[in-house]
Design a protein around this ligand. Sequence first.
Ligand code: NI
Length: 213
Amino acid sequence: MQRPWIWILVAAPMVLMISFFFLMLSETGDRESRPAAVRVSGDALIGGPFSLVDHTGRNVTDADYRGRAMLIYFGYSYCPDVCPFSLQIVNAAMNLLTEEEQARFQPILITVDPDRDTVEHLATYVTSPAFPNGLVGLTGSHEQIDAVIAAYRVVAMRAPDDGGDPDAYLMDHSSFTYLMNEIGQFEDVFSHGSNPADMADRLRAYLENTPEG
Ligand code: NI
């Protein structure tokens, strides 16, 4: 009756090793809870050059924000809930950073509703105290907005049921906040309803991995 004991001696370390291996796998999975598609390679599958108009009426491109990491949210100012909530999350996350850390980010709202989000309208909207300091609002022609929406893989369309009022329509749109690095390349993405503390941690991690300058 010695054989069972031998098997336990052989099996126990193996079970331990296998459990440890799976534990490591699942930890890695947790840390990188990002859409798999955007982690396939380091190349920019999301993002790219854009040419838009900011809320002061200035023509801008992505190159105007080099040297700071862009935190880009796509939404629209007439959005009743999702957009203001997302921008407040970004604000809460930024407020968890030091001033020096905050200065390395440029929060940006790109409208998916250029018809109503005129320069003047965005100018009022982006200065809300509930939103991140220095939030830049970007709008443009339909062509310009369509191009940037496609580059960032954003889905946005006018909601089918607009209640008959041509000015009171809603936009259905994806709700992600993109972190683009200081040379405009994709770094990270935050889903709607992200926890501000988690977002702040990931922003800090980005800064730690990115020497200033
Ligand atoms: Ni919205």
